[in-house]
Design a protein around this ligand. Structure first.
Ligand code: ARG
Length: 231
């Protein structure tokens, strides 16, 4: 029996933001994904049942969702940043990412400079949004989207010229939408972490880190990796 602080008895309440395939997305009405499976391992370890709460990414990345007790933990393909670490406590890193550019196949935009005078879609509250703000030429028009699906669909339909987001989710999208492509990656060296309320849940964090470590040791992590990232 662990001393983890839990908002709803018997449950591991997990905040996420859908869809972020293959980390969290709906398949035949069920929420599945790499993060979901990892959180199932944690819930099982604690004798709890995972209960997922879908909430805007801004409420997660500002720490609000965890700090106000809306959920015990966030699992949202979220990058560990110094700024975020001031308002939440992160687990050990569990996944590597960089930013990448999604375009229609053959569009030829293979850098932020190439988008001069064009439109670039970003997802609100993300490291991709920040990267675009910091690095895109001034005459690139940033269009802000609430979620990944809205952003990728806008690229596919041609209503924006390019979209920036994490490499793994964009490669997953391109596999399913061969009329789009990832034209370049920006080496941002990001790492994902699960996050709990600031200074309130060392016990839960310890369980998460233990589960991550044993999943890496015993091959479970690799199995899940192959399941969700087959290419
Ligand atoms: N890794 C990026 C970030 O932390 C994007 C995460 C978006 N996640 C989501 N579930 N919508 O800013």
């Amino acid at each position: 029996e662990s001393g983890a602080n839990i908002v709803k008895e018997g449950n591991l309440t997990v905040c996420t933001h859908l869809p972020y395939e293959p980390f969290q997305y709906k398949e035949s009405g069920e929420i599945v994904g790499f993060d979901v499976d990892l959180m199932d391992l944690v819930a099982k370890d604690l004798g709890l049942k995972q209960s997922i709460v879908n909430t805007p990414f801004e409420t997660i990345e500002t720490g609000q969702a965890m700090n106000t007790g809306k959920c015990d933990i966030a699992a949202a393909g979220m990058t560990i940043t110094e700024e975020r670490a001031e308002v939440m406590d992160f687990s050990d890193p569990y996944f590597d990412a960089t930013q990448a550019l999604l375009v229609k196949k053959g569009a030829g935009y293979d850098s932020l400079d190439a988008l001069s005078g064009k439109t670039l879609g970003v997802q609100i509250g993300t490291t991709g949004e920040q990267y675009a703000k910091d690095n895109a030429p001034e005459d690139v028009e940033l269009k802000v989207f609430e979620d990944l699906a809205l952003l990728t669909t806008a690229v596919k339909s041609g209503s924006i010229d390019a979209g920036i987001n994490d490499n793994s989710v964009l490669y997953d999208y391109v596999d399913q939408n061969p009329d789009t492509e990832v034209s370049t990656e920006f080496d941002t060296g990001e790492q994902y972490g699960f996050a709990v309320a600031k200074d309130k849940n060392d016990e839960l964090l310890k369980s998460v880190n233990d589960v991550l470590a044993s999943a890496k040791d015993d091959g479970t992590y690799d199995e899940l990796f192959k399941k969700y990232f087959p290419n």
